[in-house]
Design a protein around this ligand. Structure first.
Ligand code: COI
Length: 370
């Protein structure tokens, strides 16, 4: 066996990685039986296929949950680190509980994630591309079960794919979805379960066809407060009058949003600069008072939001950054023609990527070596 990690494979155009499925060496699996109460030791499977009974509750009743995290090649390409996998381990436990599945122990999660990356290490993009290996752990009810009750077996698996950024690097226009609610008021919005994502596809595809690269959800009970983007968390920036450091980052306090690891990392960085952070209800009508808005997520990293549009014209007070037509109102943060993120987004993104890629000191202990 050669030195670890192997160099990046030469079958991929690393200058154009994109965000799509690519075949790698294989994935990791472990199963849990209610009879033993234990997860089996992890197993490497040298293809991307799962063998699953057609009557598994994962396929019939949506009993599944998933995670998203990333591994990066550090400078010199000689080391690989995974960004904050301990946080994703805990979040998967939460989602599993919501979907009535047994928790994957944190140690097993970390072992499986590291093994999946190590066994596919040639597919971790070269350091200088800034791209990453996207890691997709999943858990689901996998044994046959017809009645609506717990199955006897669950499967935990980890897939990996080399990727660039989901929404690219340029500012995107956002559309608020009023026609469809992502999660019921007392439902599963705080869990990373597929049922929160599949029904959005129709709406986000429609929005994309109209030039909106990202869709935003309001609280489903009243459509008054900001919840999250369909793919990522919401961060608003308030700039005060006290100089360039008088900055507050605001994130929604809602029981219908996912505990975003990227968002929480951004808030930690912000506090380390001496900026203020607030986790509170964000009213829709407050959107024009932000100087910047960005989306935060593993796949997305930080996406600068150019503007936010909502059909109807009743919510925003008139303002320099607000436009209203007969059908809709829009708040603009980054004018057309400007392709750079705002200064706050740019600073945090540079530091976040710097830590992820090993270009900056890991003061917070976020990098886990493979
Ligand atoms: C992630 O950012 O990891 C996600 O799971 C979002 C998904 C829509 C790509």
């Amino acid at each position: 066996m050669g030195a670890f990690p192997p160099p990046p494979v030469n079958t991929i155009d690393w200058s154009n990685v994109g965000f799509r499925v690519r075949e790698v060496n294989g994935h990791i699996e472990s199963t849990y039986s209610v009879h033993t109460g234990k997860w089996t030791p992890i197993k490497y499977v040298a293809d991307p296929y799962m063998r699953i009974h057609g009557m598994a509750p994962a396929l019939n009743y949506g009993q599944q949950a998933y995670e998203g995290l990333k591994a990066f090649r550090l400078p010199g390409d000689n080391d690989i680190a995974i960004f904050r996998p301990d946080r994703n381990a805990v979040r998967l436990q939460h989602s599993a509980e919501v979907a009535c599945m047994p928790p994957v122990p944190v140690e097993l999660f970390l072992e499986a994630v590291k093994a999946a990356v190590a066994l596919n290490a040639g597919y971790v993009p070269p350091h200088e591309t800034g791209a990453a290996m996207y890691i997709r752990p999943q858990i689901y009810g996998s044994s046959a079960q017809l009645g609506l009750s717990a199955p006897e077996e669950y499967t935990f698996c980890v897939f990996v794919i080399p990727t660039g950024l989901y929404h690219g690097v340029h500012p995107v226009k956002a559309l608020i979805l009023d026609e469809f609610d992502r999660a019921a008021p007392n439902g599963t919005g705080h869990a990373k379960v597929g049922g929160n994502y599949a029904p959005v596809l129709r709406w986000s595809d429609k929005a994309r066809a109209k030039g909106y690269g990202i869709t935003l959800h309001l609280d489903s009970a009243r459509h008054e407060d900001i919840d999250e983007f369909s793919t990522s968390g919401f961060i608003g920036v308030k700039t005060g009058g006290g100089g360039s450091d008088d900055i507050t980052l605001v994130v929604p306090d809602s029981k219908c949003v996912i505990d975003s690891v990227t968002s929480s990392s951004v808030l930690t960085l912000a506090q380390s600069y001496g900026w203020k952070v607030e986790k509170r209800v964000i009213k829709y009508a407050e959107l024009p008072s932000f100087s910047e808005v960005f989306a935060a997520g593993t796949a997305a990293a930080l996406v600068p939001i150019r503007s936010i549009t909502r059909r109807g014209t009743s919510g925003f007070a008139a303002g320099a950054n607000v436009t209203k037509t007969e059908e809709a109102e829009t708040v603009t943060y980054i004018p057309e023609g400007q392709e750079d993120a705002g200064p706050v987004c740019l600073k945090v993104l540079t530091d976040l990527k710097g830590i992820q890629l090993g270009k900056k000191e890991d003061k917070f202990g976020w990098r886990f070596a493979v």
